[in-house]
Design a protein around this ligand. Structure first.
Ligand SMILES: O=C(O)c1ccccc1NCC(=O)[C@H](O)[C@H](O)COP(=O)(O)O
Length: 295
């Protein structure tokens, strides 16, 4: 794999091995198994039938991301305070949070995840490059409610085992794919929460067409999340029109001058195609720290 993801994975494997040398897997496993139950992550998202399309069926659910930097864009917001952002996203009506815990490429940490999670009552995804079960136990011990599993980053056998482990620990697993073959692998391994990454991890280019192309292949009993490259309301509307309801949004929220308003703007009720856009639509009222999306 001679691409940009391969370099990240090389660093990640070394990093995890170094941590495992400090704290053995067995210790971490015991701690993880004694943790209180995670917050439900998958059920905070829209789980309606994926073929139930049309601009007005179902609401928009945002997984709002916390990241200070990224490999594709460099520094985004180096002084970002995770607790402050978590509260702003929750007030804006986010359904869940995603926190980058990778340090070398995203300037994140497990402490960021803990700070964000303890500031709100939303479920939180540990966004990292999972290459070892060690990181899944680590996520649980750090109170994550969900982890990311990137199909392209791991062998199929590991993906199957990782999904089973997440299940046993009560963690949701967001299984990320970028093309048809990866989607088939994810489904074969039992993934039911599927993230379609619009970013090509070989080149870092993004195209919303990836989500539009793969959406019809997602079985109706799966929850789909469109990830990456979602800049504004018009991008959401384009994807909603194709029946997509769950979105993972990072850069555009982190860069926004007001992250609370930025989330709210993305989830405002849609008007039917052809209608004149209402200018006085009231923003949804979300209690601080709680998702307004009840299921
Ligand atoms: O964001 C990157 O540059 C990146 C590069 C390589 C691997 C992963 C990367 N991002 C992780 C993510 O999944 C995104 O942060 C997430 O989907 C949000 O994307 P965006 O809204 O485009 O920030």
């Amino acid at each position: 794999m001679s691409d940009r993801l391969a370099k990240i994975l090389e660093v990640k494997r070394r990093e995890v091995a170094a941590r495992a040398a400090q704290r053995p897997l067995e210790d971490l496993r015991r701690l993880a198994e004694a943790m209180p139950k995670p917050r439900p992550f998958a059920s905070a998202l829209y789980a309606g039938r994926q073929n139930n399309s049309g601009p007005q069926s179902g609401s928009v659910h945002i997984i709002a991301e916390i990241k200070r930097a990224s490999p594709s864009k460099g520094m985004l917001r180096p002084d970002l305070n995770p607790a402050v952002y978590a509260q702003a996203y929750a007030r804006g009506g986010a359904a869940a949070l995603s926190v980058l815990t990778d340090s070398p490429f995203f300037r994140g940490s497990l402490d960021d995840l803990k700070a964000a999670r303890s500031a709100v009552s939303l479920p939180v995804l540990r966004k990292d490059f999972t290459v070892s079960v060690y990181q899944i136990y680590e996520a649980r011990v750090s109170e994550a409610d969900a982890v990311l599993l990137i199909v392209r980053a791991v062998p199929e056998g590991f993906l199957r085992d990782a999904l089973a482990l997440c299940d046993a620990l009560g963690l949701s697993a967001l299984t990320e794919v970028h093309d048809e073959a990866e989607l088939e692998t994810a489904l074969r391994c039992g993934a039911r929460l599927v993230g379609v990454n619009n970013r090509n991890l070989k080149t870092f280019e993004t195209s919303l067409d990836t989500s539009l192309r793969l959406r019809p292949m997602i079985p109706v009993d799966c929850i789909m999340v469109a990830e990456s490259g979602i800049r504004d309301r018009s991008d959401i509307e384009r994807l909603v029109a194709a029946g997509i309801r769950n979105f993972l949004v990072g850069e555009s929220l982190v860069r926004a001058s007001n992250p609370e308003t930025a989330v709210r703007r993305l989830i405002e009720p849609m008007v039917a195609a052809g209608d004149v856009r209402a200018t006085n639509v009231s923003p949804p009222r979300a209690k601080s720290g709680a998702s307004h999306h009840g299921h």
